[in-house]
Write a protein of this length. Structure first.
Length: 681
């Protein structure tokens, strides 16, 4: 397994042919000075960019036309890094390559109608028209000429340079209907009208491309890292995941999905294994130094925000990466690296308490998958993210449970949550039913128990399935069992519940009221939704049968989309009926986060606590105010006998209070941005 240094920079260098003297101001000493200022020990540099230009004297690709003849920018950067023992993987573009697309339109991806597929690109635009951000034609790795160029240029780089690793970018496209792909699908008998069939076939195209690249690299550099960006999501097919040597989780929280998007991705990969990788692989978490996102020259995030983001990444046992963009001249901006250095000085203090480490919780989340919640991946649907948000805001730590886990591994979890999307087949449902029979508990939301045809429940929950909702929205009346901190009045659900019929084995915990009618031009009431009927519906909102609780609404998706606290509180109240002994309990405001890591090699657990509420400023989320929270109680339940608890940065020893059922409590004097509590055993 490769080892990733903790302090990384991804150095973008997508540089137009219209800019003169590209790379002319590169200076080895100045480059090294920047890395030293930034405390950087790992940096990705460019071989080929989205404009199609190469930054070394290639005989196969196209050298940037305004680079001085004979200049080897890539080679100079690699040499500068190796001289000061900085790890230096190499960047190579795949899915976007602008000049290649213009010179070889036959290399472009195509829609079913034969038009070129694009990302935010108007093929009919005039040269003088304003161009949107992130605007490119998409390239197909199945076209023989383009694949050959990539593979042979990879070989050329491997033959001429020391290779620590490769980062292939833009590898996430789902399907293509270029002439090469259509011929391949026809030969394979693929139904080209089916999105599912064409995506599955194109997954095989990507898998063979990944394999071609890996073979070339490992032939010369068997210890290199290889990562294909765009293929590190919870919904990525396993034949692609299994070809990654590590994970680079690209989350720009200011503009792409917010500050909670990273955590469930990190938890997914923290427990993901396969036959070739019996142990979880290293994770690198990627944000940016930019105020917004990639390609922003002159944009700066405050050092406090970078420090908070770095601490958040380390809290989930990921190494830290900040994206930068080098000036076309090749000169590094020292001001940028002074700011990065402020964050990385903090990382130097805490990295040994995060790397390596394993997550530790007895609460499991089984991901539904589904469509990504934004345009930049993330790999999970709104059901999964909504559950993660509700748990994190309630400081209930969790692990992601994989179907590949053995039955014994599943037994580690007191409770498993199915987030709400359809995700079961008969075999998997049997495992969940057996898990409950063996003593486990389930909390199932919405369609989480349905079969693939959405006709019947596959789990034993004491209810039968009647069908989908007959109204657009409806109302919940919680009742006494789930009423903690909730109004007794009917509260609105923006998506109505599935209809179910309880059997004699199920107890109704919350009732449901339907509206008088859906809102139409012919039947409407007031400005928004129609009021509730006074009598309850025949089908309930929440039921319990033994150790299985079923919530008929898509509460996770509702919470992700609408953020109503009543939905979060209802879910948490239901969860706590069966999940009664959390590994971690912590009293922080809802913007606080807690994650427990186990470092068995050090005979210790480390609880990471974070508090840095993001603020909406214009189109960005900003971390600015980092208030201190005082006298924070923390309780853990661990299998080992804890000897002491300390705050490692100050050396302060905390007083242990031992409670029933192995609970150990401490009080943390202050949490400001980030704090760690080490429990030694």
């Amino acid at each position: 397994m490769i080892k990733l240094p903790a302090r990384h920079v991804h150095l973008d260098f997508h540089t137009s042919e219209h800019i003169p003297n590209v790379g002319a101001r590169f200076d080895k000493k100045q480059f090294q000075q920047a890395l030293k200022l930034g405390k950087v020990n790992h940096i990705t540099v460019f071989a080929k960019c989205h404009h199609s230009w190469s930054y070394y004297p290639t005989k196969l690709g196209m050298v940037h036309p305004t680079m001085k003849k004979g200049l080897d920018l890539l080679g100079g950067q690699i040499e500068a890094c190796r001289d000061i023992k900085v790890r230096v993987p190499i960047y190579y573009t795949v899915g976007w390559s602008a000049t290649d697309a213009e010179l070889h339109p036959e290399w472009c991806m195509r829609n079913r109608d034969g038009t070129i597929t694009t990302t935010n690109f108007d093929v009919n635009a005039k040269p003088g028209d304003a161009k949107p951000i992130c605007s490119w034609k998409n390239m197909c790795v199945n076209t023989p000429g383009y694949r050959k160029l990539i593979v042979e240029q990879t070989r050329e780089i491997c033959d001429h340079y020391h290779v620590d690793g490769f980062f292939y970018d833009i590898c996430g496209f789902a399907r293509c209907f270029c002439e090469t792909c259509k011929a391949g699908m026809t030969a394979a008998g693929v139904d080209q009208a089916s999105d599912t069939a064409t995506e599955k076939w194109y997954t095989g195209v990507w898998a063979s491309f990944f394999d071609d690249c890996r073979k070339v690299i490992f032939e010369k550099w068997p210890g290199a890292s290889v990562f294909f960006n765009g293929r590190a999501n919870s919904t990525t097919p396993s034949e692609l995941l299994n070809q990654q040597t590590h994970w680079e989780l690209e989350d720009l929280p200011t503009t792409w999905g917010g500050y909670d998007k990273f955590a469930p991705r990190a938890k997914f990969f923290a427990t993901y294994t396969d036959e070739q990788h019996p142990h979880p692989r290293p994770m690198l978490a990627m944000s940016g130094k930019f105020h917004t996102m990639w390609g922003e020259f002159g944009g700066f995030k405050h050092a406090d925000a970078m420090a908070f983001e770095a601490a958040s990444m380390m809290a989930y046992s990921a190494t830290v990466s900040f994206g930068d963009q080098c000036h076309p001249s090749g000169e590094m901006d020292l001001g940028t690296y002074r700011e990065i250095g402020k964050a990385y000085r903090y990382v130097q203090k805490i990295e040994k308490f995060s790397l390596p480490a394993k997550p530790y919780s007895n609460l499991g989340l089984f991901l539904s998958g589904g469509k990504a919640i934004d345009d930049h991946g993330g790999g999970g649907g709104s059901h999964d993210q909504g559950i993660a948000n509700m748990l994190m805001e309630s400081q209930l730590d969790f692990e992601v449970v994989h179907s590949s886990f053995s039955d014994d591994e599943w037994k580690r979890y007191d409770t498993i949550i199915l987030s709400g999307g359809q995700c079961l087949d008969a075999a998997l449902a049997k495992r969940f039913n057996d898990y409950v029979k063996a003593g486990g508990s389930l909390v199932v939301l919405y369609e989480g128990a349905l079969d693939a045809q959405r006709k019947n429940f596959l789990l034993d929950m004491g209810i039968s399935y009647l069908g989908p909702a007959e109204f657009t929205n409806d109302y919940t009346v919680v009742g006494s069992e789930l009423g903690k901190d909730l109004v007794a009045s009917p509260f609105l659900n923006y998506t109505a519940a599935l209809r179910t019929r309880p059997t004699k084995d199920a107890k109704v915990l919350s009732a449901l009221h339907e509206p008088y009618f859906d809102r139409t031009y012919g039947h409407y009431c007031s400005h928004q939704n129609t009021a509730n009927k006074l009598e309850p519906a025949a089908h309930p909102a929440v039921t319990q049968s033994g150790r299985v609780i079923y919530l008929a609404h898509p509460l996770a998706e509702l919470y992700y989309r609408h953020g109503a606290r009543v939905h979060r509180q209802l879910f948490i109240n239901a969860l706590r009926r069966v999940y009664r002994k959390p590994v971690v309990e912590c009293s922080l405001p809802s913007a606080g986060r807690v994650n427990l890591l186990h470092q068995p090699q050090e005979s210790r657990y480390v609880a990471h606590l974070l508090y840095g509420p993001p603020l909406q400023r214009g189109r960005c989320l900003v971390i600015e105010d980092l208030p201190a929270i005082h006298d924070v109680p923390l309780t853990v339940r661990l299998p080992e006998k804890v000897k002491r608890a300390t705050l490692p940065l100050s050396g302060k020893k905390l007083t242990l209070t031992r409670g029933p059922a192995g609970a150990i409590s401490v009080k943390i004097p202050q949490v400001k941005m980030h704090e760690m509590v080490v429990f030694e055993y």
